[in-house]
Design a binder for this molecule. Sequence first.
Ligand SMILES: [Cu+2]
Length: 346
Amino acid sequence: MKVRKIFQSHILLTALLTVLLGLSHSVQAQQDWHASVGGQSADMSKQAVAFLPNEIWIHAGDSITWTFASGDIHTVTFLTVGQVYPFDQSNGCPPTTPSGLPFDGSSCVSSAPLTLGQTYQVIFPQSGNYEIVCLVHGQMFGTIHVLDPALPLPYDQAFYDEEAKEQLKALLEDADRHQHHAEHQHSIGDMLAAKVTPRTRAVTAGVGEIAATAGGQQSFSLVRFINGTVTIHAGDTVEWTNLDPEIGHTITFGTVPQDQIDPSCSPNCVVSTDPDGALHATIISKEQNVHSGLIAALLEDEPGVPQGPVSPPTRFRITFTTPGTYPYVCAFHDNLGMDGTVIVLP
Ligand SMILES: [Cu+2]
């Protein structure tokens, strides 16, 4: 679906540009364009998971320098047509290529996962339309249109600066709206609680939303446990869900394990699976290290890709048997301040 959509937009753009720009001719010096990767609120809770802007028209021979602008990691990656989008974000190209290399569609270039203040440059010697992707976030992509230098460009750097600012603002404002919504969304958790165990408290581990432009997709993510400090009684169960369509989170008590994707529990405990597919652990002491592994909203189906099992786990439950104070973090987003506390009363 993604391929078809982008293909159609290319045809339209090409037709439009031919009509609009066909008459004028000017040759400009090679230019280094600037764009951002990601963006965030001052407290880092709201993340724009986006190339800003995510559609840029440049001349063959020009370069673009991307500046990473969030505490959350992203990559700047150009894969070749037919190359499979890799599972491992640090093994995309493989594994990464230095900043400042050319990309003409014949062999891939990819930055490492980068963060706030780092930069990555790509030179585009060949005209063509190229998709830019982030290997950390599958629904973060855009388009770079590289035109023959004889053709005029539709926009200048000032336009893109303004567009990036506006797109960032729109994404972060949406995050505000959804935080408010999620804080008042007790009904889903309550319904589940009634169905699963009578004494379940629900915590939302992040919310998000995907937006589209003609050039690709962007999303925002609220990287917080919403109402993440909960007070319960011994014997109660807390359930975490992830309402973010784009990024996964973990619920981690104690030491963060080496393997952050799979669930684990130590010493002498297990993470089991409830009949509805949710993962479930029991904490009887503060010495236990309990890790949910990746908790995410169910992945979308893609045309041409075989049906998989219902995955990844979308819910994590912990039953607390012993009074005390139990702090927890998201192992992926601890650096952004994503944490909470469970207070267990007798
Ligand atoms: Cu997280």
